[in-house]
Design a protein around this ligand. Structure first.
Ligand code: ATP
Ligand code: MG
Length: 403
């Protein structure tokens, strides 16, 4: 940032903090910061904002017309820990004091316990604590009814004298953290109309993964709203990687269920067979999609197909690694997260699966399911189902076309 002098008109700037990237070696860190900057720029451009960026050591600064809105948008970018709208002044104690006092007079309402946190990069002049005390006493003198409380303050003001300028702020907008989207390769997520799989996909994105999607459309075996709800999940997930189209393959798996019925495959194996079929389809698509792992919303013990014994039998269907970020989550924890990230839908339509038996096997054996699959000619079925897939693309919360 251009050096600022006392008397310059204060300017607003959005300060972006990133966390874990600090732990990386320098080349990796710079690569990740480059990705983070790209993602931030894309998120802002997706809503029509053009901004100026600066990235001095350990922070990103964004200059633009609507700093509050910018902070809100950037607080949804993976890799960002939090953002603050700061007043930018000269990195001088008096300028910081004046700006700090002005902000406190606006937002601090006595009686109140308050703290001023100072930070100073330069080794000369006041140290960080002295700077905090200097600004704090000016506020204390100017506003009656205040108590200083450095341990449990109701109001915190931050003043930072950095090489690039003086910064004053009193709020931090929390962001998801994680790693920059696109820094960790690609996964193929099995996306359903349920609550779990969108949350699993979001968690993978949060750790930097690009995600492509596969939905198995059960046709008349699936509830009437399943397909559209899965597309709605995709649409909502696309809001988390703005500026990047996300694609979902939709495969018609009706022939699979029909074959199970025709051949009178024991209904208790249906759920395990169904999940194995999904993994087979996903495994085949991974190569085409450039994905290195399959992602599911499976969870230990949530439904009969998700006992540890069954999960082991299911995973045998593919050689591609199967990742299940929600394996240890309670349903309530998943729902809380789904609400927070905006994938939870209050209104649930007809999402029932018509193939679910009354008594699903909780410990299917590999021999039994393989025998059923041989009978069904599972590889031929897979060829049929994958021969005529459809594609749906979502971008920035919109599903422009359905091919
Ligand atoms: P809920 O969120 O209500 O549990 P669910 O879709 O997760 O619904 P499960 O039977 O628990 O239902 O499915 C386990 C996992 O299998 C899902 O998280 C998802 O990854 C995958 N899956 C289930 N149904 C489909 C489908 N029709 N297409 C693609 N993947 C699916
Ligand atoms: Mg589930």
């Amino acid at each position: 940032m251009a050096e600022r002098h006392c008397g310059d008109k204060p300017e607003k700037v959005v300060m972006v903090r990133y966390g874990e990237l600090f732990l990386k070696s320098d080349p990796v860190k710079y690569h990740f910061i480059g990705l983070l900057l790209r993602n931030i720029r894309q998120a802002l451009e997706a809503v029509g904002y053009t901004c100026r960026f600066e990235s001095p050591r350990g922070r990103i600064f964004i200059f633009g017309d609507r700093p509050e809105e910018i902070a809100g948008i950037v607080s949804r970018v993976f890799g960002v820990v939090d953002t603050s709208v700061c007043t930018l002044v000269a990195a001088e104690p008096d300028a910081l004091r004046d700006a700090g006092l002005a902000l406190a007079q606006k937002n601090l309402h006595a009686p109140c316990r308050f703290a001023v946190r100072g930070k100073r990069q330069s080794k000369t002049g006041m140290n960080s604590q002295e700077l905090g005390e200097y600004v704090g006493s000016a506020i204390y003198d100017a506003i009656p009814g205040l108590t200083v409380d450095l341990t449990h303050p109701d109001y915190e003001l931050f003043v930072e004298a950095r090489d690039c300028g003086g910064l004053v702020y009193d709020s931090r907008v929390p962001a998801p953290g994680g790693l920059p989207w696109g820094s960790q390769g690609k996964m193929l997520a099995l996306l359903s109309s349920g609550i779990d799989s969108p949350v699993a996909a979001w968690l993978a994105m949060k750790r930097g993964c690009e995600v492509a999607y596969l939905h198995m459309d059960g046709g008349r075996w699936a509830g009437g709203d399943v397909r559209e709800t899965a597309i709605e999940n995709l649409r909502r997930l696309s809001l988390w990687c703005p500026g990047n189209p996300v694609q979902m393959v939709i495969a018609n798996s009706e022939p699979f269920y029909d074959r199970m019925q025709e051949l009178r495959i024991p209904p208790r194996f249906r759920c395990v067979l169904c999940k194995r079929f999904m993994l087979r389809a996903a495994g085949r698509l991974c190569g085409k999609e450039g994905a290195q792992a399959i992602l599911t919303g499976e969870n230990l013990g949530q439904v009969a197909s998700q006992t540890l014994a069954n999960l082991a039998v299911i995973a045998d269907a593919t050689t591609v690694p199967v990742l299940r970020p929600l394996i240890t989550y309670d349903k309530a924890e998943t729902i809380t997260l789904a609400r927070k990230i905006g994938t939870f839908m209050d209104k649930q339509g007809d999402l029932a699966c018509r193939a679910v038996p009354k008594m699903p096997a909780t410990a299917a054996t590999l021999e039994a399911v393989r025998e059923s699959e041989d009978k069904m000619g599972i590889n031929g079925l897979l060829d049929t189902v994958l021969a005529s897939v459809q594609y749906v693309t979502a971008e920035n919360g919109k599903v422009p076309d359905k091919k």
